[in-house]
Design a protein. Structure first.
Length: 390
């Protein structure tokens, strides 16, 4: 077994493990495969193109192409021409599958960043980078398929008179510039949030590890172009092609596997509580929503849709998750009491004050005071005293 076969299929198996873990995590979180989002579907499409990439790359490792070493004195025969024609077509397929795979991963990351920065100023940066990524993909494909090598059939002509149809130097330069620059932009988008986040050292170390994989992806992109230019007749570039696409897939999927890892190993979440602890606490306490003074309504928590709540969840998210209306309840209670009072002599000219009835109205608000009623002329706040003669 060649080194390329062993390494490429190992990367491929690891990619599928991470992607399947992501898919199961999303199923747990949303409660149904029907509720998976656009980036989840794009990731599965990326795995299809990566499958074609790995398979064709392994065939290409043992097949000659129309890129012929000037120092090679081998005479072209009808059989070798057929082989090189087939190999040249495989180069075209490999290049397209690698481009599509990498750009699909970029799209998945940008969709994720778009959701995370929906109400933040970084959302504008996400849109700008997304526009740059889309523009770069279209430009690169137009140049590769319609400009650099004309006619198009020259890509598999043996021999070919146009070096751009065999070495594809112009395309490799264009790809390197657009691919590496967009990768750097994508990895810089979450940096301000990451640097400002107040997380324990262990949790930041996990995120640093994910970013390190992203940096390795960029390094792989640089090295596969380096070996393509400096060792075009060797096989080193094929390894770095596989490493770039594989690490890109792993990097984009790792953040989405946490739900499954929590459920499987009872790990603590980033808010410091394990999944089982949150479940038991929620089941025992429920939610208390006041509907009046001294009354409450208990709402039990259903975990059927994978809803996980933490201290960082907003009240609106909590209420919406459990069908509770987000309202402000105001209660006013009015109490009316009446009692008769005896008049007292206060002036010589007025020997007797007629009997009167004092009616006291008290407005009681939730949390307000329930002090004893008073019939004095200086009424307390919220107390209205009305006197009627009888």
């Amino acid at each position: 077994m060649s080194a390329l076969i062993a390494e490429s299929w190992t990367w491929y198996a690891l990619c599928w493990v991470v992607v399947l873990a992501r898919t199961v995590s999303r199923r747990i979180l949303h409660g149904s495969f029907k509720k998976i989002q656009t980036d989840d579907i794009l990731m599965l499409v990326a795995m299809v193109t990566d499958t074609v990439l790995i398979a064709c790359m392994n065939i290409l490792g043992t097949t000659n192409t129309n890129l012929i070493d000037p120092n090679d004195t081998t005479v072209l025969t009808p059989e070798s021409i057929v082989e090189r024609t087939y190999g040249s077509k495989l180069v075209l397929v490999v290049e397209q599958m690698q481009i599509i795979t990498v750009w699909l991963i970029k799209a998945c990351l940008l969709i994720m960043y778009g959701r995370l920065t929906m109400s933040l100023k970084q959302n504008l940066a996400v849109k700008i980078v997304a526009g740059y990524v889309a523009f770069g993909f279209i430009l690169m494909e137009v140049l590769y398929l319609g400009v650099w090598c004309r006619p198009f059939s020259e890509y598999w002509a043996v021999p070919t008179a146009n070096a751009q149809c065999s070495a594809a130097t112009n395309h490799l330069i264009t790809n390197a510039v657009l691919n590496i620059s967009s990768d750097i932009m994508i990895i810089l988008i979450p940096m301000p949030i990451f640097l400002q986040a107040k997380l324990p050292a262990k949790k930041k170390a996990i995120l640093v590890g994910v970013f390190a994989l992203g940096v390795f992806t960029i390094l792989s992109a640089i090295l596969n172009k380096y070996y393509s230019f400096n060792e075009p007749f060797g096989s080193a570039w094929t390894f770095w092609y596989i490493r770039e696409s594989s690490t890109a897939i792993i990097t984009a999927n790792l953040p989405f596997t946490w739900t499954l890892l929590q459920r499987t190993f009872n790990l603590r979440s980033f808010n410091g509580k394990s999944s089982n602890v949150r479940t038991s606490e929620a089941a025992s306490r429920g939610f208390r929503s006041a509907y009046g003074r001294g009354t409450s309504r208990r709402v039990s928590i259903s975990r059927g849709h994978g809803v996980e709540l933490g201290p960082s969840d907003s009240q609106e998210q909590i209420n919406n998750s459990f069908g509770m209306p987000l309202k402000i309840y105001h209660q006013t209670e009015v109490r009316i009491s009446s009692h008769e009072t005896e008049g007292k002599t206060e002036r010589v000219s007025s020997p007797e004050t007629p009997h009167s009835t004092v009616t006291t109205l008290k407005s009681v608000f939730p949390g307000g005071s329930t002090d004893a009623e008073t019939s004095s002329n200086e009424s307390d706040i919220g107390v209205v005293t009305v006197c009627r003669k009888v």
